[in-house]
Design a protein around this ligand. Structure first.
Ligand code: PPS
Length: 311
């Protein structure tokens, strides 16, 4: 993917003190006026925004949040693609590059809207920092997320024919500095104690999903019965989600017209592990990825354990 530098505009200066004018931000090219359209878009008080670095557990928490907000309506969850129940803000523009239509899937959504985005904090709508609707952030070890992204992009056709090693080399050289996952996360981590922000990690969801559900219930002012809790835990398990057609992004894959789409297919809900990169990358590549991550962590004076809420 090609990226172009865009000007950050949506600074929550009242919440995070830093020189936002120095914050470099990128949007997939051609960005046209899409960053402006997002900056100016209307935010509703009862929106729920789910923001993540790609491949960090977004779908997992989206399905959970959708169910909590819809009285555990498993019938609808099992019959309608998640992407249509909870749209991905940037997706339509990614496919059609048409600003006029790009926000319609979100604008036409019934309230309360559950909106997914991978944008950096300073590219999100300005009204977020005034209206302060509920914002949920999930962080995952970038190494696991990058590998997951490789298989996702092989499915779309974009990375078909490229090895994981080639992908990682190119990513660390070109893309990762522009789409820095640590910088993305730390800006939300700094907001984690705001009452309208719920910050969690893929690790915590793997460790104790029940606790995450209980905490989310408090955050969203929802209650579930023990019976609903049991069903949620089963429905959200890796095995069930792997075999659920509505949570495997089939609708999304169907929108992409790449000549190599579908030549090599990996399930969207694929391996679902913490530290899965250790099984897939050579030691040398792990070191290289760690060097990049460590550099970014040091620059931001934070540790990976802190961002994963393990400390
Ligand atoms: S996306 O495209 O950015 O929205 O992808 P995202 O949903 O953030 O991340 C996909 C990865 O999350 C894993 N996942 C799960 N892991 C464990 N349990 C459950 N229930 C679950 N649901 C989704 C999914 O398998 C992807 O990770 P990998 O490592 O590829 O398996």
């Amino acid at each position: 993917m090609e990226y172009e530098e865009v000007t950050p505009k949506s600074y929550p200066v009242n919440l995070i003190k830093k020189d936002w004018t120095q914050r470099k931000l990128y949007y997939t090219s051609p960005a046209k006026s899409m960053p402006n359209a997002i900056y100016n878009m209307e935010v509703l008080d009862n929106d729920i925004w789910i923001v993540t670095n790609p491949k960090s557990g977004t779908t997992w928490i989206q399905e959970l949040v959708w169910l909590l907000m819809n009285d555990c309506n498993f019938d609808t969850a099992l019959s309608k693609d998640l992407e249509l129940r909870s749209p991905y803000l940037e997706f339509d523009f990614m496919i059609h590059r048409n600003v006029e239509r790009a926000l319609k899937p979100v604008q036409e959504l019934p309230s309360p809207r559950i909106i997914k985005s991978h944008l950096s904090l300073a590219l999100l709508p300005a009204q977020l920092w005034e209206k302060k609707p509920k914002v949920i952030y999930v962080f995952r070890d970038p190494k696991d997320a990058w590998i997951s992204n490789y298989y996702h992009f092989v499915n779309f056709g974009f990375q078909y024919g490229k090895t994981l090693e080639q992908y990682m080399d190119e990513l660390l050289e070109k893309e990762a500095p522009k789409r820095d996952p640590i910088l993305h996360a730390i800006e939300f981590y700094q907001l984690r104690n705001e009452p309208w922000v719920y910050y969690t990690s893929y690790n915590l969801m793997k460790q104790d999903l029940r606790k995450v559900i209980e905490n989310l219930c408090k955050f969203l002012n929802k209650t579930v019965t023990e019976q609903q809790m049991e069903r949620l835990l089963k429905h959200l398990s890796f095995e069930e989600m792997k075999n659920n057609p509505t949570t495997n992004h089939r609708w999304e894959y169907g929108q992409v017209q790449h000549p190599n789409r579908g030549k090599e297919v990996h399930n969207f809900i694929r391996s679902g592990k913490v530290g899965g990169h250790k099984e897939e990358l050579k030691a040398q590549q792990i070191e290289k990825a760690d060097r990049f991550i460590e550099g970014r962590l040091q620059a931001n004076q934070v540790t990976l354990e802190q961002l994963l809420l393990l400390k």
